[in-house]
Design a protein. Structure first.
Length: 374
């Protein structure tokens, strides 16, 4: 910050509702003045300007709501045109500069929770007016009356959004949407065609044994960012993370699966590009990460299976086993991306024919193809 003339250090504090800047030699009454994205403090008497910055860089800490939570206030009214307490807050000084005269803030904590700066479960509202008379008693009554029903509506909306976010995070948007729509009965499902995508981290057991827990989890997350991140970037659905393996799929539309296969192959290219970038950064994580990707196209059963008490929504069928076995062949054939003949026949990418190969658990040999990637 710019200090008063001759000062090397300064401290901002509140005294009797006013902001005071204290230096080793003097004290200066100060006023907060908004200036673009910054908040300037003008020190009266010193004729100098300081930039008001919260130590954590948080506008929230400079807001009336933060003060209310800290002081356990549920309601706070300030006349902006004559109440000096408003000078504590850049937001209120900005409102005053725009001609607002009165300000009312109210907080409702859901479930009667105690107020504190870390409160997350509640609703905070603020109202302001340019009326020269400020809010009338009838205005205050009306705003108080609307707050409780408004809080109930927002609480339901917030809970609904939290539920959606949790389901999407842990199950993906497609599965999460089906669960929310009520597809939760054991045996609910459908048969569909899809491009299946499977990746597996190399030497994961050895890495888990060698690395500290935090370092291994950091490496694992970096791998997931490369592989699963590329799938989601292309609109794919990450259905399962099984240890260090990722199972994803791209549902086919009415073009016979050409677009689904193209997206799956683009995701493979993207995953390898992300890994190449990570390795180029010469990070410890990047140098230890290597993975193979298998891509296959086929019919799957998409639905619920399990016990009545514990269901799992996912894809089942021979095609799921085949894509995992295709991914296994990346180790044998020493190719980072191996795709099935069903994908090659639908793809426009240039692929190298690897010939026929036996896949574990698959009754007949399968023709496999390699994709040139980084």
């Amino acid at each position: 910050m710019t200090l008063p003339a001759g000062a090397t250090t300064a401290r901002a504090s509140e005294r009797e509702g006013r902001l005071v800047i204290t230096t080793p030699d003097s004290e200066f009454p100060a006023t907060v003045v908004p200036h673009g994205d910054e908040r300037h403090v003008f020190c009266r008497g010193a004729g100098r300007k300081l930039t008001l910055v919260d130590k954590d860089g948080s506008d929230f800490r400079l807001s009336p709501f933060y003060a209310m939570l800290s002081e356990h206030r549920r309601e706070w009214r300030l006349r902006l045109d004559r109440d000096p307490a408003g000078e504590r807050f850049p937001l209120l000084m900005e409102l005053k500069a725009k001609g607002f005269t009165d300000y009312l803030a109210m907080i409702v904590a859901f479930g009667g929770a105690e107020l504190h700066p870390q409160s997350l479960d509640g609703i905070a509202t603020s109202w302001s007016t340019r009326s020269a008379q400020g809010f009338s008693p009838a205005d205050i009554v009306a705003m108080r009356a609307v707050l409780t029903p408004l809080a109930l509506v927002f609480r339901l909306a917030i809970k609904d959004q939290i539920t959606k976010n949790a389901l999407n995070t842990f199950h993906g948007p497609l599965v999460g949407g089906r669960i929310l729509s009520g597809t939760i009965k054991r045996g609910d499902g459908e048969r569909l065609a899809a491009a299946l995508w499977y990746s597996d981290l190399r030497n994961s057991t050895g890495l888990a044994d060698q690395l500290p827990v935090d370092a291994f989890l950091d490496l694992l997350n970096a791998y997931f960012d490369c592989a699963a991140g590329a799938v989601m970037e292309q609109g794919g659905q990450v259905l399962d993370i099984i240890g260090d393996a990722i199972l994803a799929f791209f549902p086919a539309n009415d073009d016979g699966g050409a677009e689904a296969c193209a997206l799956a192959l683009e995701a493979a290219v993207g995953a390898r590009d992300r890994l190449a970038t990570l390795k180029h950064e010469r990070s410890g994580r990047g140098s230890a990460i290597e993975f193979g990707i298998g891509v296959h196209f086929g019919d799957v059963v998409f639905g619920n299976a399990g016990t009545p008490e514990r269901l799992k929504f996912g894809v089942l069928g021979r095609a799921v086993n085949e894509v995992a076995r295709t991914a296994d062949m990346t180790k044998t054939l020493k190719r980072p991306v191996v795709v099935s003949d069903e994908v090659a026949r639908r793809a426009t990418f240039t692929l190298a024919d690897l010939g026929l190969h036996d896949l574990r658990g698959i009754p007949t040999a399968r023709r496999l193809w390699a994709m040139e990637v980084k």
